[in-house]
Ligand binder design. Sequence first.
Ligand SMILES: C[S@@+](CC[C@H](N)C(=O)[O-])C[C@H]1O[C@@H](n2cnc3c(N)ncnc32)[C@H](O)[C@@H]1O
Length: 319
Amino acid sequence: MHSDANPTDANPTDASPAGNSPAGPFDDGLRFDDTGKVTLDHIYTQPDPHAYFSTLRTLGYHIPQLAKPFFSRLIDECRAQRRLPPTVLDIGCSYGINAALLRCDLTMDDLFERYGAQPSPARNVLLDRDRELVRAHRRSSGTRFIGLDASEPAVSYALAAGFLDEAVCADLEQRDPTEAERARLDGTDLVISTGCIGYVSERTLARVARATGERRPWMAHFVLRMFPFAPFAETLDELGYETVHVDGVFPQRRFASAQEQEQVLDTLASVGVDPRGLETEGWLYAQLHVSRPRGAAGRGANRPVFGQQPAGTLTGRRT
Ligand SMILES: C[S@@+](CC[C@H](N)C(=O)[O-])C[C@H]1O[C@@H](n2cnc3c(N)ncnc32)[C@H](O)[C@@H]1O
């Protein structure tokens, strides 16, 4: 991990970025979006997570694993500050991935194994297995997980499995939340995301923040370096937030092909990000941005992002 900002319990998969070919594992014939990234929409909308994990395993996708200890720590901080089990909203939750990791103490490798069998068991078999897992890991922490995603099949699976307690299936890029959705989002303490910024813009974050009532939730987003966070930080600033960019970078996944790498390098150049030693070596990298309402985050300008940290681990830049 190219980061000195990782809590000590970080447990990346063995998908090490070192020594992998920049060309990527996929053949030609891929489709790409406007940012140059490969289009994987088809794996986000299957009735169960098999295609999602089979495909992303090939690409070494493991950002939820790297995010897990940071989210855990924020959940603990939230609980300590609010003196109540927090409610966590995962934007772009897909099949309930961050919730599954946090709630059932799983790793991404566990999920790759769990859903990777060929041929895949039927959806109801996977669901029965997952429900059992959730029951076995029911802990007394009381943390509630809400998911937001535009994919109805993914959200349905996450709810049916029990990874999520509640969900909002909506594209909040396009519209405001309905009254019913607003009621579900209200009371959120912490908003998290991995691999979703880029699909959603600051519009979604602002709509979520406004829907959560007077007490704004904390936010922690792992965002690819090709997506500048400045517009998000500005919007959040207007909503009363202060944003800290946690030092360090986090390998998200391998490029799917040489063409994807070339296109993403172009995008990085266009937003003034130097890819040398990182994306030039064959992996996409993310950064962690933590936003908290001014006052909640700001007591003491030198306060470490995650509270008291071991020396030299977690530092950040404020905007
Ligand atoms: C790369 S996946 C990340 C999933 C999960 N967070 C993870 O890290 O494994 C991106 C997710 O964003 C969702 N998504 C795309 N556009 C969206 C939108 N406008 N609103 C909400 N979710 C969206 C997709 O359906 C998909 O589940």
